[in-house]
Design a protein. Structure first.
Ligand code: PEP
Ligand code: MG
Length: 534
């Protein structure tokens, strides 16, 4: 596997590969400026605001960018904002502090309004940065002359508007959402973009990055195998969506998509996904001091399930793989599985209960979609049983005739070797409705590696390592047990998109394969070519 695989919200289109350029923004840290902070007269302040407004309007490289820039320029010319800055200046604040204070107050007002307005509040911060840079005479960052993947903490719409396709191959941000202004501009520029990528702080300028905007994944220093899969499988940019139903009907198994946000549902449908085999819900929880509310979760889940009427969506409850746990989560476990998976949620029951209730509510609201729910990194049958009981208590996996959520099922992911023992599987499969094999984690744990340590032989496992005999034997035991018990079994790790592995999994008796939307068209064609013998 790549040095690290990061997950965020994919926007824009397609896949790209190139060296990282990590952007440090001007004006970001006023407190770090060594020169005395400038003091300005009201007239000079007005001139600075107007100068930035004009630059914004002239910098935009596309018509969408121009619209956004005009909206931001209007804010800079807003008399209410100027009054606020004036008030700060009259209290004796240096110009930069007055700007920061006034913008913060404005942003707070927007945040209080919630939803769309709250997301615009982030844009205001970036706008204040830009004005402060102008006041303090901080030079704008120089972009490299060779093509690069831009990595930024938060990409302001101001930066985004300047991104031109000839040099910027793609964009990754640590903060930001799929609906922010920056995302709108990146999408209009057709740039593969992943916003809010978990752990992107580890990326350094020059690191090789493979960006998959269809599944929200970023491979840092990808292996040759990973690059090769993507090179062969990338969706051509001109694909506008085709009717895949006829071809899908010929497939030996269902092909599902792995998604990191509801927004990526469009890419999944375009790639002909027959449903969602893995909806990673981590993004909803990141960068927060408190867990997302029940209502905000219901909203996000409905947005996704509503895109797949008559199809299946398998949502996975929270599985964070962070060096530091989130502030609202108690730590759990020790050793190589510490702070991963279901054990963390069982130690933070209120978080799990809210997520399951929100999923159940989405399933009850939008009944045309089959909503299945699963737990990640389950370590033993006792944990699985607790998860199933909790899910049942909110109606998931309970028939509609008994007051449950129609067409819902409850299952677990198989991602650790301990769960691939025959006796364990037999007991587990009496408890759950289905299992899904996570080959990303399973491969590394079978080979004695973890996401932060190399394998026993010193190498970092790659997608192709799922084909290694030890790993395949574990996968085979899981599929055989599920088939014996008559329970659905799918594979949702990236190896599912490796045609050699996929064919073998089908022979073994898997019911569905789930992979990044970018990889589905190629996988479909390989499987069909085999089915028709050409
Ligand atoms: C896996 O481990 O194979 C998997 C699909 O989960 P994630 O990559 O999100 O850990
Ligand atoms: Mg996993």
């Amino acid at each position: 596997m790549a040095k690290r695989v990061l997950v965020g919200a994919g926007v824009g289109t397609g896949v790209t590969y190139g060296p990282a350029f990590v952007l440090t923004k001007p004006g970001q840290s006023v407190s770090e400026l060594t020169t005395p902070l400038a003091r300005l007269t009201l007239g000079a302040m007005r001139e600075k605001l107007d100068a930035v407004a004009e630059k914004l309007e002239s910098d935009a490289v596309s018509s969408t960018a121009a619209e956004v820039m005009q909206a931001l320029a209007m804010i800079l010319r807003d008399p209410m904002l100027f009054d606020e800055i004036k008030a700060h200046l009259s209290e004796g604040s240096p110009a930069a502090r007055a700007v920061r204070g006034a913008f913060k107050k404005f942003a707070r007002k927007l945040t209080e309004l919630g939803g769309y307005f709250a997301e615009r509040a982030g844009d205001l911060d970036a706008l204040a940065d830009r004005v402060i840079a102008e006041i303090e005479g901080v030079a704008e960052p120089e972009f490299p002359t060779e093509p690069f993947v831009l990595v930024a903490e938060a990409l302001s719409p101001v930066d985004a508007a300047k991104l031109s396709r000839d040099r910027v191959l793609g964009v990754i941000t640590i903060e930001g959402t799929a609906t922010s202004h920056s995302a709108i501009i990146a999408r209009a520029a057709n740039l593969p973009t992943v916003m809010g990528a978990i752990g992107a702080g580890i990326i350094r300028t020059g690191d090789a990055l493979l960006v998959d905007a269809t599944s929200g994944q970023v491979f840092v220093e990808p292996t040759a195998d990973e690059l090769e899969y993507y090179r062969r499988a990338s969706i051509p940019r001109h694909t506008t969506g085709e009717d895949w139903n006829e071809l899908n009907a010929e497939l030996p198994v269902k092909l599902y998509a792995n998604l990191g946000s509801s927004f990526e549902g469009a890419a999944a449908l375009k790639a002909g996904a027959q449903g969602v085999g893995l909806f990673r819900t981590e993004l909803l929880y990141l960068g927060r001091l408190k867990p997302p509310t029940f209502d905000s979760q219901v909203f996000e889940y409905i947005k996704l399930v509503a895109r797949f009427p008559g199809k299946r969506v398998i949502a996975r409850v929270l599985d964070l793989d962070l060096d530091k746990p989130l502030p609202f989560l108690r730590e759990a476990g020790t050793g190589r599985y510490a702070n991963r998976g279901l054990q963390v949620l069982l130690a933070n029951r209120e978080v799990l209960e809210t997520q399951l209730s929100a999923l159940a509510q989405a399933g009850r609201t939008y009944t045309q979609t089959e909503l299945w729910v699963m737990a990640p990194m389950v370590l033993n049958v006792t944990e699985a049983r607790e998860f199933v009981e909790l899910a049942h208590s909110v109606g998931l996996g309970v028939p509609a005739s008994q007051g449950g959520v129609a067409n819902s099922r409850v299952g677990v992911m198989i991602e650790v070797p301990e769960m691939t023992e025959v006796a364990v599987l037999d007991e587990l499969l009496d408890v759950v409705d289905f299992v899904s094999i996570g080959t990303n984690d399973l491969t590394q744990y079978v080979l004695g590696a973890s996401r932060h340590e190399p394998a026993r032989d010193g190498r970092t496992p790659s997608i192709a390592d799922a084909r290694q005999p030890e790993v395949m034997a574990a996968i085979e035991r899981v599929i055989a047990a599920a088939n014996r018990k008559g329970k659905p079994v799918s594979v949702c790790g990236e190896a599912a998109a490796d045609p050699t592995t996929a064919k073998h999994l089908i022979e073994l008796g898997v019911d569905s394969l789930s992979a990044s939307p970018a990889l589905l068209p190629q996988l479909r064609m390989t499987l069909l070519a085999d089915a028709f013998g050409f």
